[in-house]
Design a protein around this ligand. Structure first.
Ligand SMILES: Nc1ncnc2c1ncn2[C@@H]1O[C@H](COP(=O)(O)OP(=O)(O)OP(=O)(O)O)[C@@H](O)[C@H]1O
Length: 267
């Protein structure tokens, strides 16, 4: 059997020296190539910290992080990231914001000089895919919050990242826009099959999007439970009201309630 694409093995993460905050302890998880994982857990349990370690933005205090068979020891160029707030550069037009990773990732920077029209076409195609055709020349302030979030998803995807880290990317949006973007995200994932790690507080979102949902304990965070989601794809919003779907979210809710109160989770 081939080895997992992301291997997080018994990591600990302490911020601010020996007496600082212990965010993660004995935390292990594996993600297969092309798999869509959602990570849920109580507030402050270390979900964002886990993302930082997996993308090489912070070194783990203990334990190993291996991506694509190589120990992670710095920011990974193969990662695309999207966060709760769109973080677009206000002085750049939307197309130019979306193309930013191509200027930063060395492998693309060289090619961008020679093949700018092809790269621009790709960025435009992504904007079309998320329903932003015709908005490429606008500035971020001319777009709604949901549209900015769509643009930041395009930016996370433009360099075809093998690994996509999504840290609550839809949580600042109203429920209708959020649900619309779930469908967009599912479509993008089905078309390109990156390996995805999504952090979310929304259990419907986790079950709608993921192949597997991992539940974290209260801080110091570690993975205490996992549920596989075998519902066929593409999943629809109607599916989220099916008994199977609701049973899954109900189970996850129980795990999180137990994790919050520090009880042992019985699987
Ligand atoms: N840069 C930092 N310096 C010091 N402590 C930090 C830092 N980042 C996070 N922490 C602490 O680590 C713990 C875990 O934080 P983290 O943001 O990873 O949790 P989270 O599960 O993503 O939180 P939330 O669900 O509220 O978004 C928290 O106690 C937090 O205060």
């Amino acid at each position: 059997m081939s080895r997992p694409y992301v291997e997080i093995d018994n990591v600990a993460m302490r911020y601010g020296g020996v007496s600082g905050t212990l965010a993660l302890q004995n935390c292990s998880m594996n993600v297969e190539q092309g798999e869509f994982i959602a990570v849920v857990g109580p507030s402050g349990c270390g979900k964002s910290t886990l993302m930082r370690l997996a993308s090489g933005l912070w070194p783990a205090t203990e334990g190993n992080v291996i991506v694509a068979g190589t120990e992670v020891d710095g920011p990974l160029p193969i990662v695309g990231m999207a966060f709760q707030n769109p973080t677009l550069l206000p002085w750049r037009r939307i197309l130019s914001n979306v193309m930013l990773p191509l200027e930063v990732v060395p492998e693309h920077r060289k090619r961008l000089r020679k093949e700018r029209p092809q790269y621009e076409a790709k960025a435009r195609e992504l904007l079309r895919l998320v329903g932003l055709e015709g908005f490429d020349a606008k500035f971020p302030y001319q777009l709604s919050g949901g549209m900015q979030q769509r643009s930041s998803l395009c930016r996370a995807l433009v360099h075809d990242p093998a690994l996509l880290m999504l840290d609550e990317p839809f949580s600042a949006l109203d429920v209708f826009t959020r649900e619309e973007l779930w469908a967009v995200m599912q479509q993008v994932w089905m078309a390109r099959k990156p390996t995805v790690i999504l952090v979310t507080h929304d259990l419907r979102e986790a079950v709608y999007l993921a192949d597997r949902v991992l539940v974290m304990s209260a801080r110091p965070g570690r993975i205490i439970a996992e549920r596989r989601v075998d519902l066929p794809r593409p999943r629809t919003l109607d599916d989220t009201y099916s008994p199977e779907f609701q049973a899954l979210t109900h189970d996850l809710r129980r795990y999180i309630a137990a994790a919050r109160s520090g009880e042992e989770v019985v699987l």
